[in-house]
Design a protein around this ligand. Structure first.
Ligand SMILES: CC(C)(COP(=O)(O)OP(=O)(O)OC[C@H]1O[C@@H](n2cnc3c(N)ncnc32)[C@H](O)[C@@H]1OP(=O)(O)O)[C@@H](O)C(=O)NCCC(=O)NCCS
Length: 135
């Protein structure tokens, strides 16, 4: 059984930490503006397996901290969650959705209609490019 629902930012922390920055303290995966965001989780048989956070500013949505537990990756769950987020953003008539994509995820996000911008940067030793989809 599956459910995609809004969750609290606290609920996202353990997956963010385990999947993205396991070698940093858990505080590292907490965002200063988490309280302003909306957070969504994919539950499979009541286990939270994938999380994503949405921040809206000036009618533009940024998603951040998208992560699926390692043992559940590559099975389409993250894509279902991201598609749901796309649906929500389009329904709310946001003008675009964007993200700081890890370079190795460019092809993945392209499948969701997101395009690379010229904006690239390196943070924490990881290269990123800003990708966006205009609605
Ligand atoms: C990015 C991330 C959240 C995607 O979540 P996921 O649940 O693994 O996503 P999916 O399973 O839907 O897609 C992953 C791959 O499996 C493929 N896939 C999709 N459905 C599938 C299915 N039913 N069976 C097998 N593979 C499938 C996808 O096409 C995708 O392939 P690609 O990476 O070659 O493009 C996850 O890989 C992750 O947590 N990565 C580490 C953290 C990270 O990098 N976050 C993003 C920072 S920008």
């Amino acid at each position: 059984m599956k459910r995609i629902v809004q969750i609290t930012s606290e609920e996202t922390l353990s997956i963010r930490h385990k999947v993205m920055w396991p070698n940093k303290p858990i505080d590292y995966v907490q965002l200063p503006n988490d309280f302003e965001g909306r957070h969504f989780g994919y539950f499979k048989n009541d286990i939270l397996i994938s999380v994503i956070s949405l921040f809206v500013e000036n009618n533009e949505a940024q998603f951040r901290k998208f992560a699926t537990l390692k043992e559940y990756q590559g099975k389409g769950f993250g894509s279902e969650l991201l598609n749901e987020l796309m649906r929500i953003s389009a329904k709310e008539q946001l003008s675009k959705i964007w993200c700081n994509a890890r370079i190795n995820k460019i092809d993945y996000y392209s499948k969701f209609g997101m395009k690379e911008t010229n904006n690239q940067f390196i943070k924490g030793g990881i290269s990123y490019v800003i990708m966006e989809r205009i609605f």
